[in-house]
Design a protein around this ligand. Structure first.
Ligand code: F6P
Length: 546
């Protein structure tokens, strides 16, 4: 494969960047009155306005050429066919199969994975309805009122984000249920999540693809002790209060969870791509199986769009390629996602794992060092809160931070003029970033000369606006799939493996070595660097040593 930086499209983009770099969005908009409607695309209920980006149509066609030269179409087909595109783990990355309708079939290694998916979805639906109707009873016969999801990373961020995002739809549940999410190995997380819960009415969902993750297994064991102590019961109570979501049936059984109460998924589902699998079971309990099916349908609609639409009109491809444009040609190190919807408050955290665990890589698929930037640091907060904290830097700082603004036309909680104020702020932020306020404009307002420089906004700061009619399960599915495939597009251009996560392993390994040193009754022999050794000694209470 030709090296990325030597491709014709890359070289053309470098030359093109020199022209674009000197142009202001004010000028681009003035030159083209239709720009604000032309540089937009729409699919699966999402309207994408990318006109406030430092691009022209030529930029988009060059980026599309780059995607083409990097084999986006072929790699995408390989993903949809279930080929082992996750080369370093020798697995398919087949999350798109989780959202395929029942009547579809996708045979991978002789197995119809869509059939498997729907068998599990059906079991999940039966379970969810039992809990929702109060038919699932705890060991002492009381109906379940509290569901605690135990997991971390993809086994937590997706469930928690989706629960928060779709809370509005959990109101129609037949019974009031409380949902909690425990992820951190810090005991405070478990203690605070369960402080006010009655064990007799509490069901734990232990979510772990591997069922070996230190944090999850520690929290699950603590939950087991908490439950049995609270109930004053023996191990026979576990079956009524624990279910598992995993690919590891053996470890689930060893933990004491009835295999009947295990919901399976497969090694071709990456943790951060698992929301549509049984990992989403807490979401299904919260919103019901029908709404969960709408969530999957939203994912699927965007999957189909990604597979079929030409790059120039393909939402995830555009979002992904714009990310490449800023990371590699403008040197942007970070990107912000700013949902103007309180229900999406965990969405940036969810996207952090999706984008940074996927594309925070420094070697190519072939294991060679990359010669270009990869994933930007992603961060964000819901609007309008961010406006009163970090937006100062976005508007007047020295860094270029491309932003994604996400908003909805209809509020889910219509209260007075709140929603108009919220959305007016979203639109105003994108305007202020793009067009700023020039020195002449500031002077014309009569600002004292010594303050003029402070009051000027350079503008020319890029943003995407994503608008949808209403935050529904389907819109959420489309939104998540939009970012999943944007990540895929970037990974393809960068030639990296977006589906492995070796970077998390070293810390896990070293922690395993340190645990016995912290717990040992005798002074352990420490074979560490001097900093780590001193920290271990200080933790153990050897304050005046070293
Ligand atoms: O942090 C690494 C990671 O493997 C993530 O990719 C994953 O989502 C998380 O740990 C949890 O893993 P598991 O579901 O196996 O407990």
């Amino acid at each position: 494969m030709t090296r990325l930086r030597e491709l014709g499209s890359w070289l053309a983009l470098e030359r093109h960047h020199q022209q674009i770099d000197g142009r202001h969005l004010r000028e681009l908009f003035a030159a083209d009155p239709e720009r604000g409607t032309r540089l937009t695309a729409e699919a699966a209920g999402l309207y994408l306005d990318y006109s406030k980006h430092r691009v022209t149509e030529e930029t988009i066609s060059l980026l599309a050429r780059l995607a083409d030269e990097r084999g986006l179409a072929e790699r995408r087909e390989a993903m949809f066919r279930g080929e082992r595109i996750n080369v370093s783990e020798n697995r398919p990355a087949l999350h798109v199969a989780l959202r395929m309708p029942r009547e579809r079939s996708l045979v991978v290694d002789g197995i119809d994975v869509v059939k498997q998916v729907h068998e599990v979805l059906d079991r999940m639906a039966t379970f969810s309805e039992r809990v929702r109707r109060g038919e699932w009873r705890g060991h002492s016969g009381e109906p379940i009122r509290n569901l605690v999801n135990i997991g971390i990373g993809g086994s937590d961020l997706g469930p928690e984000m989706a629960y928060e995002a779709l809370r509005h739809y959990s109101r129609s549940a037949p019974r009031e249920l409380t949902f909690r999410f425990v992820s951190n190995v810090d005991g405070t997380d478990f203690a605070e999540a369960t402080r006010d819960l009655d064990p007799a009415q509490t069901l734990f969902v232990v979510c772990s693809k591997t069922f070996t993750t230190l944090e999850t297994m520690t929290n699950a064991r603590t939950a087991r002790e908490w439950l049995l102590a609270g109930l004053g019961a023996g191990a026979e109570a576990i079956a009524d209060h624990f279910v598992a979501v995993s690919t590891n049936a053996e470890a689930v059984g060893e933990f004491g969870i009835d295999p009947e109460n295990m919901f399976e998924f497969w090694d071709w589902v990456g943790g951060r791509y698992s929301l549509g699998s049984a990992i989403g079971i807490s979401t299904m309990v919260a919103i019901g199986p029908e709404r969960f099916a709408e969530l999957l349908a939203g994912f699927h609609a965007l999957d189909e769009h990604f597979r079929e639409a030409p790059t120039e009109r393909n939402l995830p491809a555009l979002v992904g390629l714009l990310g490449v444009w800023y990371a590699d040609f403008f040197g942007a190190q970070t990107t912000a996602v700013l949902p103007y919807d309180q229900y999406l408050k965990r969405f940036p955290a969810y996207l952090q794992q999706l984008t940074m665990e996927s594309n925070g890589k420094r070697v190519t698929l072939a294991g060679e060092g990359v010669e270009h930037e990869t994933a930007a640091v992603l961060w964000g907060e819901p609007g309008t809160n961010g406006q009163h904290s970090f937006h100062q830097l976005l508007h007047q700082g020295t860094k270029l931070v491309p932003c994604d603004f996400i908003g909805f036309c209809e509020p889910l909680n219509p209260l007075g003029d709140h929603h108009d104020l919220l959305i007016a702020n979203l639109f105003a932020q994108t305007q202020a970033l793009a067009f700023g306020r020039s020195t002449d404009e500031v002077r014309a307002e009569g600002v004292p000369e010594e303050l003029v420089a402070h009051r000027v906004f350079d503008g020319n700061r890029p943003s995407t606006t994503i608008l949808a009619q209403r935050l529904t399960p389907a819109t959420l599915g489309s939104l998540v799939a939009l970012y999943e495939h944007a990540v895929f597009t970037q990974g393809t251009v960068w030639g990296i493996d977006s589906f492995d996560q070796w970077g998390v392993e070293l810390g896990k390994l070293l922690a395993k070595r340190i645990v016995p040193e912290l717990r040992s009754n005798h002074e352990p022999e420490l074979d560490h660097d001097s900093s780590t050794a001193a920290l271990v000694r200080r933790y153990r209470g050897g304050w005046d040593e070293g």
